[in-house]
Design a protein around this ligand. Structure first.
Ligand code: SF4
Length: 706
């Protein structure tokens, strides 16, 4: 029997290692123990059932033109001709490209090149804008660079205290929780989630008030003289302005806004401050707000005041959600970026990347619209008339999704690459059936900034091609010669990223898999100014296949597991405090819409559910959308468990089966977003910095369907 092939999970940002054996009797998945993310040999329910994705009867296996199966040449030729005609009539920005945070680095890179070089359009963005863009913006603000969790996940186990703000990994990535076995957990979440049940302390702010809570915690830290003054003096700038701004956020006021009692806030701050080692981590609950960047900034300010970031054994990090949520934002599918996490409006970046692409820097378009703004503009007089969409399903996952679907329907041309007929693919003029995770090779950068190699383990079904082949095939028909083999695309990505913040130039497939000699001693763990001795170098490499951390700027460079130990990536090397103010949710409850809605994930499903709803075991675990509501609210509305419930916001309606639970506040209902419905309700109010929509809170009316 052939050796099992080592690869990684198709789903979330933990990118658990798994080995795949394909025999005549079927495909078997076993967890790997050489990948630190799930070194204990753990997978979640989604990982265990991932083989079903490969053999699923719902797979698309032929290109479809207006719903009819056609030959690949016919489909590609038709799309290229239509794109050329639309560009001629409306200019290059008449064509939009929409990507996804689950695409490999190679695909994200080539998609950006397709947009900027072959199509000449500025209109490209991706669904990661909906996922973690507020944390990315806050990290760049504070640290000069965004690398999700700037430390190995295994570091967490050594902490005394971890504060998780708006993250529910016990449900979304269960193997991650094994790294939290040691520390005392403080969970900030309006719901008593699976993670909150593990917590030593659960703080339950009203939806949309996390920022006020973070300000209150920092106010207490200052008032109780818990600030690490030496760290603030030596490693940061701007603290005085933040301290002044805190005067208005006295704890009793914060209690009135958030509902979190002052003694609980005090316990949280003292636990973090008295811990020898502690982490502050944020997730979508803190980020998906019209004030998301400021909310994360407030938690970063707290972490900085307590002297955590850039110290061995302590820090701040963001729990990225999608499989390649980190790498997907580094290599050019974002409206404002070029490969290597470079800004598209930086002349030096444009010159470097244009040189790799063999074009004039002046010919590269500038920044385009952000994801929701792009979707909102589709088909309008000034907006794109065609869209190429890869690895995303905005008809389910975008906020105010009924309006987004209407805009998509108004396009002259919609082209979708997908594995199955998603709700968005069902609206397409042309659908290209593409390969998925274990059918192809490519790199993924997980939530730690660790570049990993997903290897091809099985042959794709006949009739299916990779996204890279689709991109290169279209580029060729538009007069451009693109590589379409993953290894060659990665070599080009390495050159394009060289010198940028996310520098991959020293990373090769062989180094990721440990097949070439590793340089050994890791960069970023040398002269450690804070936190004492370096104690876990073995985990950085240890002879196992554990990938390479970026930045890795040269073949002999060992990678950078902890980039901020010696200095932050700001011009002076200091982290920046930034004063922020709580403004509250963009939409408050009132007499017409008297209940908050918050949305999120469940263990059995992933993102828009296009994949997981088609896997029998996962569909059986959670077969339908539901509405979670408190017994008091259910009693007031005469709703019983199992009743069909209608939820209405200013934008639309969604339905679900009632689940009655005291895990939710009595002023709030929860809906998972894996089905059409939840996002017909959500509010597309955008964060002014990250352009992240406010998925996490809006005002709704709830009623039983009679
Ligand atoms: Fe896959 Fe994430 Fe589950 Fe791990 S935790 S098995 S990466 S979905």
């Amino acid at each position: 029997m052939a050796e099992p092939v080592k690869t990684h999970c198709p789903y979330c940002a933990l990118q658990c290692g798994m080995a795949i054996s394909a025999t005549a009797s079927g495909i078997t998945i076993t967890p790997r123990t050489d990948v630190p993310a799930n070194a204990a040999g753990a997978l979640c329910q989604k990982g265990w059932t991932a083989a079903d994705l490969l053999t699923n009867g719902a797979r698309l296996t032929s290109p479809l033109l207006h719903g009819r199966p056609v030959d690949w040449d016919v489909a590609l030729g038709h799309v290229a001709d239509r794109l050329s005609a639309i560009r001629l009539e409306h200019g290059p920005d008449g064509v939009a490209v929409f990507g996804g945070g689950g695409l490999t680095n190679e695909k994200a890179y080539l998609l950006g090149k397709l947009a900027r070089v072959a199509l000449g359009t500025s209109q490209i963005d991706y669904n990661g804008r909906f996922c973690m863009s507020s944390a990315a913006a806050a990290s760049i603000r504070a640290f000069g660079m965004d690398r999700g969790m700037p430390f190995p996940v295994t570091d967490l186990a050594g902490a005394d205290v971890v504060l998780l703000a708006g993250a529910n990994p016990a449900e979304t990535m269960p193997p991650f929780v094994r790294h939290l076995d040691g520390p005392r957990l403080i969970v900030v979440d309006p719901r008593r989630t699976a993670t909150a049940r593990l917590a030593w302390l659960h703080l339950r702010p009203a939806p949309g008030t996390d920022l006020a809570l973070a300000l209150g915690l920092l106010h207490l830290a200052v008032a109780e003289d818990l600030v690490d003054a030496a760290y603030v003096e030596e490693r940061t700038s701007g603290f005085d302005a933040v301290r002044t701004s805190l005067a208005a956020w006295w704890p009793e006021r914060v209690e009135r806004i958030t509902g979190v009692p002052v003694p609980r806030m005090r316990e949280a701050v003292r636990a973090l401050a008295y811990a020898k080692n502690a982490y502050v981590l944020t997730g979508r609950g803190a980020e998906q707000h019209a004030q998301g960047t400021d909310t994360v900034t407030a938690f970063v300010n707290l972490a900085l005041a307590l002297g955590l970031p850039g110290r061995l054994g302590s820090g701040y990090g963001c729990l990225t959600g999608q499989g390649n949520g980190q790498g997907g934002r580094e290599h050019g599918q974002k409206a404002d970026q070029l490969p290597g996490y470079r800004r598209i409006d930086d002349p030096a970046a444009r010159e470097h990347v244009a040189g790799v692409w063999g074009v004039d820097p002046g010919d590269l378009p500038g920044p385009g619209r952000s994801a929701f703004e792009l979707l909102e503009a589709l088909g309008t007089p000034a907006g794109p008339k065609a869209m190429l969409l890869f690895g995303s399903n905005p008809v389910v996952s975008a906020p105010d999704s009924a309006r987004v679907a209407e805009r998509i329907r108004s396009l002259d041309l919609l082209v979708v690459c997908d594995v199955v007929m998603s709700e968005t693919a069902a609206l397409a003029d042309v659908v290209f059936p593409v390969t998925q995770w274990a059918e192809e090779t490519g790199t993924m950068t997980n939530l730690e900034g660790r570049v990993l190699l997903r290897r091809q383990a099985v042959r794709p079904p006949p009739g299916v091609r990779s996204d890279l082949e689709v991109i290169a095939g279209l580029a060729r028909r538009l007069g451009h010669d693109f590589a379409d083999e993953p290894g060659k695309v990665f070599e080009e990505l390495r050159r394009a990223s060289a010198g940028g913040p996310a520098d991959y130039s020293g990373i090769t497939y062989d180094r990721i898999t440990g097949e070439t000699e590793d340089p050994g001693e890791t960069h970023g763990g040398g002269d450690v100014p804070y936190g004492g001795e370096v104690r876990d170098r073995a985990d950085d490499r240890g002879g196992a296949e554990v990938g390479v951390f970026w930045p890795c700027p040269a073949p002999g460079h060992p990678g950078t597991p902890r980039p901020f130990l010696e200095a932050f990536a700001t011009p002076g090397g200091r982290a920046r405090f930034v004063p922020v103010e709580h403004r509250g949710p963009a939409e408050e409850i009132d007499d017409d819409y008297p209940v908050y809605l918050t949305t999120g994930r469940v263990l059995a499903h992933y993102q828009s559910g296009a994949q997981t709803r088609r896997i029998a075991a996962l569909a059986a675990a959670v077969p339908e959308p539901y509405v979670e509501l408190h017994p008091d609210l259910a009693g007031r509305l005469d709703i019983g468990a199992g009743d069909l419930v209608r939820v209405t916001s200013r934008r639309g309606q969604g339905q679900g089966v009632a689940r009655i639970s005291d895990a939710i506040r009595s002023d709030t209902v929860f809906m998972p977003f894996h089905w059409e419905g939840a996002n017909r309700l959500t509010n597309p109010a955008l964060d002014p910095t990250s352009r992240m929509p406010e998925f996490k809170v809006c005002a709704v009316r709830v009623e039983r369907v009679t």
